[in-house]
Write a protein that binds this ligand. Structure first.
Ligand SMILES: *[C@@H]1O[C@H](CO)[C@@H](O)[C@H](O)[C@H]1NC(C)=O
Ligand SMILES: *[C@@H]1O[C@H](CO)[C@@H](O)[C@H](O)[C@H]1NC(C)=O
Ligand SMILES: *[C@@H]1O[C@H](CO)[C@@H](O)[C@H](O)[C@H]1NC(C)=O
Ligand SMILES: *[C@@H]1O[C@H](CO)[C@@H](O)[C@H](O)[C@H]1NC(C)=O
Ligand SMILES: *[C@@H]1O[C@H](CO)[C@@H](O)[C@H](O)[C@H]1NC(C)=O
Ligand SMILES: *[C@@H]1O[C@H](CO)[C@@H](O)[C@H](O)[C@H]1NC(C)=O
Ligand SMILES: *[C@@H]1O[C@H](CO)[C@@H](O)[C@H](O)[C@H]1NC(C)=O
Length: 627
C-alpha cells in the first residue's frame, strides 16, 4: 500500500464510526426520510430509502428496503402502485421532494412533492395523550421495518409481502379467514407494481403451495404429508433452519439462518419463476440455487389429464400416461402436444378393478379430502365409490388436522398435474398414489416390474419445495421400552426402514437409554473416543450383533437446544445418500443429547461428522437439480 492510499485508508477507518452513527436506523417522530438519504439497519445488512428502479424521466421514486450489497437488491416496496414522480422543478428545491415521515398518530406517511399522501401505514391505535413515550420507526437488521410505541410493535413490513421472502419472514396461512401470505411478482424489472405471477399457500386446501399466473395455477409443490415440522439445510452461504409452526389460528413457515450467513432470498420473478438465490461474496453476485418450475414438463397440468411428468426419464423429464392409460390422441402426443392427456385403454366396470401403488409421486391436484379415515378406511372409501380413480393417505403430525391426523385424499375426477418425482439429489421424494386399474393388472405388473414398485416413498416437500423428511425423536416411555429391547438384541433399525411407503407406520427412531450407552462406552472412556469437534465428542461402539456404530455426544456447553438437536436428526435422516452416514437412533436424557450413527470404517465418518455437521461445509450448493 503506498502512503497516500494508507493515509486514505486510515482516514476511512477513523471516519467509520461516525459515518455509521450518523446513518442511523430509525425515523423518529417528526423526522423525515428524503430521497438520497437512506438509513441503514444497525448491523448493516439492510437499507431503507427512496429508489428508482428505472431511468425513466420523470423518475418514479419508491420507498423500499434493499440488501446492503453492491448490487442493489430490493426485497420490499412500500408504495408499489403509487410512485412519487420527481419532476425537474421539484428536484430543484429541497423543500418540495417526496418524503417519508412518522406522524404523531404513529403512522409512516409517504407524501409526494406537493404534499399528497401516496402511501401510509394504517395504524389505528390512538396514542394516549398522557404518555411521554413516542412512536419510532426502525429498520431492523432482519430487513423488517417496524413501528414501535411503548414497547409494542404496531406495524411491521414483514406483514406486507411484496415479491420476496427473506429469512425471518413468515409464510402464513390463516385457517379461519383462509387467507394466505402471497408474494406477487413485479410487473417488470423497472416497475414494482404487481405483475401476473404470485406464490403462496393454496387457499382451497392449505396442503400445498402454488405459483399462479393470474388466477390460474402455473406450478404446484407436492402435497403436504405432514412429516415436516422443522429441517435444517447446510449451504455454502450458511445454515438455514426451516420451521413450521401450527397453531389453532394459523400455520406458518419461517426460515432462519445462522449468524454471518450470506444474504439469501426467495423471489417470484415477473416471468413466473420462483427462485432461491444466495449472495456470493467472492464474485459479488447473486447465485441462483434453485428455480421452479424446473422445466416445461413440470408446469401445472402440462401432461394433460391422466398424464404425468416423469422426472426419472432420461435425459429430460417427459410426459407419460399413467399405468393402463394411453394418449387420448396418439398423433398429437407424438407431436409433443400433451394437453389432451390420456384415457383408459379399457373402461372399468363400476366399482371394479384394483389399486396399483405408484410410489414417489407428486399426487394430482383437485382431490376431495375425507376426514377421520385410516389408511384402510381410505382405501375402502375409494374402492366402493364408482367414480373414485385414486387415493392417497398420510398422517399429519400437526394440529392443522384439527384433531384429525388422517389425511385421506380421493380423486373422483380427472387426475391432473401428476408427477413422478423419483430420486432427487436430496433423497427420494413424493408419496404413494393408489390408482384404480383393471383387476389383475397390478399383479401382472408386479411380476414384470417388481423393483420399481417396492422403492419406499421417503419424503414430501412443502415449503419452497425442499425435500424434507422427519425423524421425530420422541421420548415417550411406553415406546421407549419397546425400542430398547431392539437395541439390546442388536437389531438396530436404520432410518430408511423407518420411512416406509405407508406413512401410517411408525416413523420414529429408536430412542436409546443413556445408561446403556454409558455402559457400552465404559462411561465414555478414552479407548472408545474416536474424535471430537465443536459440538462434542464421538465414540465408537460395537453392538451385540457386531455392528459398529458411532455415538456423538453433544457437549453440554454446546448450547444446542432440543430444537437444533431435532433439526440435526431430521437433517441426517433426509440425507439417505450413499456417501452419507445413516442415523440409527438418538437419545436425550436430562442435559445429555446423543446421536447414534452407522459407523463407516473407511474414514468417511470423520469427514461427515466433523466436516459437514461441525463446520458446515457447502453441500446443497454442489447439487443443482431440484424441484
Ligand atoms: C429536465 O431537465 C433536463 C436538463 O436538466 C431537461 O433536458 C429536460 O427536458 C427537463 N425535463 C422536464 C420535464 O422539464
Ligand atoms: C400532534 O401532536 C400535537 C401535540 O403534541 C398536536 O397539537 C397535533 O394536533 C398532533 N397532530 C396530529 C396529526 O395528531
Ligand atoms: C389503508 O386503508 C385504506 C382504506 O381502508 C386502504 O385503501 C389502503 O390500501 C390501506 N393502505 C395500506 C398500506 O394498507
Ligand atoms: C400467463 O397468462 C397469460 C394470460 O393468460 C398468458 O398470456 C401468458 O402466456 C402466461 N404466461 C406464462 C409464462 O405461461
Ligand atoms: C469464497 O472464497 C473462499 C476462499 O477462496 C472459499 O473458501 C469460499 O467457499 C468461497 N465462498 C463461496 C460462496 O463461493
Ligand atoms: C374423528 O374421530 C374422533 C374419534 O372418533 C372424534 O373425536 C373427532 O371429532 C372426529 N373428527 C372429525 C373431524 O370428524
Ligand atoms: C363418490 O365420492 C364423491 C366425493 O366424495 C361424492 O361426491 C360422490 O357422491 C360419491 N359417489 C358415490 C356413488 O358414492
Amino acid at each position: 500500500m503506498d502512503s497516500a492510499a494508507s493515509t486514505a485508508f486510515i482516514t476511512f477507518l477513523l471516519l467509520l464510526p461516525r459515518l455509521c452513527a450518523s446513518a442511523g436506523d430509525k425515523i423518529e417522530l417528526g423526522e423525515q426520510l428524503l430521497p438520497g438519504k437512506p438509513i441503514t439497519s444497525d448491523g448493516g445488512a439492510f437499507v431503507l430509502g427512496f429508489f428508482s428502479p428505472s431511468n425513466s424521466t420523470p423518475a418514479r421514486q419508491y420507498i423500499g428496503v434493499w440488501y446492503n450489497v453492491p448490487e442493489r437488491t430490493v426485497v420490499w416496496v412500500a408504495n408499489r402502485e403509487a410512485p412519487a414522480i420527481i419532476t425537474n422543478q421539484s428536484s430543484s428545491s429541497s423543500s418540495s421532494v417526496p418524503k417519508l415521515a412518522l406522524t404523531n398518530d404513529s403512522n409512516l406517511v409517504l407524501s409526494d412533492a406537493d404534499g399528497r399522501v401516496l402511501w401510509t401505514t394504517n395504524i389505528t391505535t390512538v396514542v394516549p395523550a398522557t404518555t411521554t413515550s413516542r412512536p419510532v420507526a426502525e429498520l431492523l437488521n432482519t430487513g423488517n421495518l417496524v413501528i414501535r410505541w411503548n414497547g409494542a410493535t404496531l406495524w411491521e413490513s414483514f406483514d406486507h409481502l411484496t415479491d420476496t421472502f427473506i429469512p425471518n419472514m413468515k409464510v402464513r396461512f390463516n385457517y379461519r379467514t383462509r387467507q394466505s401470505g402471497r408474494i406477487v411478482s413485479w410487473k417488470d424489472s423497472g416497475d414494482p407494481s404487481p405483475g401476473s405471477f404470485s406464490y403462496g399457500v393454496d387457499p382451497d386446501t392449505s396442503l400445498q403451495l402454488l405459483i399462479w399466473n393470474g388466477s390460474k395455477p402455473y406450478w404446484r409443490t407436492t402435497v403436504w404429508t405432514g412429516y415436516l415440522t422443522a429441517a435444517e439445510y447446510l449451504t455454502a452461504a450458511g445454515n438455514m433452519y426451516l420451521n413450521v409452526v401450527d397453531t389453532d389460528e394459523e400455520i406458518y413457515l419461517t426460515l432462519r439462518v445462522s449468524d454471518g450467513a450470506s444474504p439469501m432470498r426467495y423471489v417470484i420473478t415477473n416471468s413466473g419463476n420462483f427462485q432461491f438465490l444466495s449472495w456470493n461474496m467472492n464474485s459479488s453476485e447473486w447465485n441462483t440455487i434453485y428455480s421452479w418450475p424446473t422445466n416445461e414438463c413440470s408446469k401445472y397440468g402440462y401432461c394433460g389429464p391422466y398424464g404425468y411428468c416423469d422426472f426419472t426419464a432420461e435425459p429430460v423429464p417427459t410426459c407419460k400416461c399413467l399405468a393402463d392409460f394411453q394418449p387420448a390422441s396418439g398423433e398429437e402426443w407424438s407431436r409433443g402436444s400433451f394437453s389432451r392427456g390420456c384415457r383408459r385403454k379399457e373402461a372399468l366396470p363400476c366399482g371394479g378393478g384394483e389399486f396399483l401403488a405408484l410410489p414417489l409421486m407428486k399426487v394430482p391436484d383437485k382431490w376431495v379430502r375425507k376426514t377421520n379415515l385410516t389408511f384402510d378406511e381410505c382405501a375402502a372409501e375409494c374402492a366402493r365409490n364408482c367414480s373414485c380413480e385414486a387415493y392417497a393417505h398420510a398422517k399429519l403430525s400437526t394440529s392443522s388436522a384439527k384433531g384429525d391426523i388422517n389425511r385421506c385424499l380421493l380423486w373422483v375426477g380427472e387426475l391432473v398435474d401428476t408427477q413422478m418425482m423419483g430420486q432427487t439429489p436430496r433423497g427420494r421424494a413424493g408419496e404413494t398414489l393408489y390408482l384404480r386399474v383393471p383387476a389383475g393388472f397390478a399383479s401382472r405388473k408386479a411380476r414384470t416390474n417388481v423393483v420399481k414398485i417396492v422403492l419406499p416413498a421417503l419424503a414430501s416437500s412443502f415449503l419452497f419445495t425442499c425435500i424434507l423428511l422427519v425423524c421425530f425423536c420422541k421420548f415417550r416411555d411406553n415406546r421407549r421400552k419397546q425400542r430398547q429391547k431392539r437395541l439390546m438384541t442388536g437389531s438396530v433399525y436404520t432410518s430408511s426402514e423407518f420411512v416406509d411407503e405407508n406413512p401410517a407406520k411408525d416413523l420414529e427412531f429408536p430412542s436409546i437409554r443413556f445408561s446403556d450407552i454409558a455402559a457400552a462406552t465404559d462411561n465414555f472412556s478414552k479407548p472408545f473416543l474416536i474424535g471430537r469437534g465443536g459440538f462434542g465428542k464421538v465414540y465408537k461402539v460395537t453392538l451385540e450383533n457386531g455392528q459398529e456404530v458411532a455415538i456423538k455426544r453433544l457437549s453440554k456447553d454446546s448450547h444446542q437446544g432440543i430444537e437444533e438437536f431435532k433439526n440435526e436428526a431430521i437433517l441426517i435422516a433426509k440425507l439417505q445418500h450413499r456417501n452419507l452416514v445413516r442415523l440409527l437412533g438418538c437419545c436425550t436424557e436430562g442435559s445429555e443429547k446423543l446421536l447414534i450413527y452407522e459407523y463407516l470404517a473407511n474414514g468417511g465418518l470423520d469427514a461427515i461428522l466433523f466436516g459437514m455437521f461441525m463446520s458446515s461445509q457447502p453441500m446443497l450448493l454442489k447439487k443443482n437439480r431440484a424441484w
